[in-house]
Design a protein around this ligand. Sequence first.
Ligand code: MTE
Ligand code: MO
Length: 419
Amino acid sequence: MADKKAAMNISRRKLLLGGVGSAAFMLGTDIPFLKNMPKGLLPVAYANDDVGLDDEALIVQKEGLTLLNARPINMETPAHLLDDAITPASRLFVRNNGIVPDYEEHPADSWTITIDGEVETPLTLSIADLKRNFEVVTKQLWIECGGNGRKFYEPGASGNQWSLGAIGCPQWTGVRLRDVLKKAGVKDTAVYTAHHSVDMHLSGDPEKAPISRGVPIAKALEEDSIIAFEMNGEPLPVLNGFPMRLVVPGWPGSCSQKWLKRIQIRDQIHDGPKMTGTAYRMPAYPVSPGTEVPKEDMVIIHEMPVKSLVTYPVTGSRVKLGEEIEIRGHAWSGQGDVSEMEVSIDFGATWQKAKLDKPVNKFAWQHWKAMLTFPKAGYYEVWARATDHTGTSQPSVVPGWNPKGYLNNMQHRVAVFAV
Ligand SMILES: Nc1nc2c(c(=O)[nH]1)N[C@H]1C(S)=C(S)[C@@H](COP(=O)(O)O)O[C@H]1N2
Ligand SMILES: [Mo]
């Protein structure tokens, strides 16, 4: 607790250095009597047990995101704020299971990761070692939480009530996970990776990890996954894994361990926290809503399903009757490329093809746009539907119910009023 207090004092200082103007910014609203506020007074709104001041300082770096939970910090991005081709750091969602490590205690230049377990030569590597010994690559890779869309399941599932915004596609710089594993020499006995970090369990118990997941060794050895130390050309944001994280594209975001310290190669399927029970698992067969599925029938999620977003216009927009407007967004699939994008303004009765770009690299989301005119004044919904190269499309209703509310890839609908 003493540590926590110290951390709070540090950020209190930081906040005060920023002045009262920044306090108003941090509150997310104007302070009408700002001129009367004594210099150095800390707004009482911060006297909140749920959010440490340090956390507040991190949360405001994500301006415009919706805070779903403050402990642990979970924030999603409204769809219209995902309009950029490359997601800015400030707009990438945050999904934490535990307490964010104290970044002042973990400077990037002394941080190392260890590769051990079923390998010939265990390795311990700093960022400088990674840069020196391996090819540095930059790729745009989307990352989506397995629970994105959970909110729309009936009956509801426990967990963060993500709507649409637990997705983003920044540009990552790092080294290929494959190259590092090859250097360590993966033994024939290798079955699964196990990812370990330094974020603390909410209970504060240092023996417990909030999350430690992994992937089959074959997935880890594909060329797409990277150990990243930069996002959009800058050090990783603290909330997104500073100073090093995994990015394992195409699979649930939970495979992309943040604040990465160790990759252990195991001779069995990893059984760390959030690998067992119902976590990140789906029923092996379709079940009716509300069913209690036996644990042994729950299987680990691999690829994320095909999905898309409308990022412009924002839902509820008014458009001038007879005027042509551009509708646009992004599409992605854990199966690889999206091959077709369509939009409908008549509740799915007819569909119009959108122009769809190729991805800049595998597992980058693809931009799409369509020009639309509305025939009469009134209320419309624009529905967007992506189809991936396997011929699989997004459903127009919530797909198969499951106990934890994963993999909802229902079509995104935005309301438009033609006036
Ligand atoms: N160490 C650690 N890594 C983690 C998590 C976490 O809580 N701790 N959350 C995981 C989950 S569930 C997701 S969806 C992604 C989210 O990445 P982001 O917060 O950078 O968007 O990080 C993953 N990596
Ligand atoms: Mo997640």
